[in-house]
Design a protein around this ligand. Structure first.
Ligand code: ADP
Length: 262
């Protein structure tokens, strides 16, 4: 009888353990479902607003008795909203790709200086338009990473630095750290209040939603940066002082280091 009792006790314990782990799984699934539905809610909101504006401006353009100036302004606003939709669409595609093909990071050896120069020259007109200095300080380094994805990282970080800086300088610096290469994107912009710092890598999280939308931001840029670097086994960090500026930093493997050969 004693051995029967012990057997039942064992059974009860393993049932308990199974039910605990079952409950953990359910909780995790519920959390994922909630994140997913939040994401879908955010996407619908972000899509609905520009579509609503575009149809408003098109309708207004279709009515007679508009001054030439009004016509130009409505057309411009419509186009801006279309651009916002296009940015959102591109970012969503990128997120979906990264989510389902994370293992397909295409590592190759390439010259980081050439890539940074390419990105900076592409973004220079934006900086010029705001009267900002855009500086690069990069020796020639070969790295081993997915070039087009790292291009995306640089575009997102430098575009943000330009968008959230009203005067001064945006600087991209690259330095060698043992078997890694460290990339810094530094600006003299408005900075990020400390209580927001932890959340800026979340999808659709913005410190100032109005300013973000005005500059064509989708609220997805930094989450993509984070996802791309994670897929490389790296991470991105941020330091910021309100009113003084912000520094984003990440590392990539140097191509001549042990694990860096193509
Ligand atoms: P967005 O499209 O809004 O720029 P991101 O994901 O790229 O989305 O950035 C999230 C938020 O982080 C931005 O809305 C902005 O509030 C803040 N942010 C990002 N980069 C900077 C920066 N260089 N200076 C100040 N704030 C920044």
């Amino acid at each position: 009888i004693d051995s029967r009792a012990a057997e039942f006790q064992d059974l009860a314990e393993s049932l308990n353990r199974a039910s605990d782990s079952f409950r953990d799984k359910i909780n995790e699934l519920e959390r994922m479902a909630q994140l997913q539905s939040e994401f879908i809610g955010n996407v619908s909101h972000e899509v609905r607003n520009p579509i609503f504006s575009i149809s408003g401006y098109l309708e207004a353009l279709g009515t007679s008795r508009l001054s030439e100036e009004q016509r130009t302004r409505y057309a411009e606003k419509g186009l801006n909203n279309l651009q916002r939709l296009q940015n959102l669409f591109n970012d969503l595609i990128e997120i979906a790709r990264l989510e389902y093909r994370e293992d397909l990071i295409d590592r190759r050896v390439f010259n980081l200086k050439d890539l940074v120069d390419e990105v900076v020259e592409m973004l220079r007109p934006k900086a010029d338009k705001k009267g900002l200095n855009l500086e690069v300080d990069i020796p020639s380094f070969e790295v081993n990473a997915d070039r087009s994805r790292i291009r995306q990282v640089l575009v997102n970080l430098i575009e943000n630095a330009i968008a959230y800086t009203d005067e001064g300088t945006v600087r991209c610096r690259v330095t060698r750290r043992k078997d890694k290469v460290r990339i810094d994107v530094v600006d003299t912009g408005k900075g990020i209040p400390e209580e927001h710092l932890e959340r800026i890598f979340e999808r659709f999280y913005r410190v100032d939603p109005h300013r973000s939308r005005e500059s064509g931001g989708t609220g997805l840029g930094l989450s993509i940066v984070n996802q791309i670097l994670q897929a490389h086994g790296e991470s991105v960090s941020v330091e910021s002082t309100e009113g003084r500026g912000t520094r984003f930093q990440f590392e990539l493997p140097h191509a001549t280091s042990e694990n860096g050969q193509a």
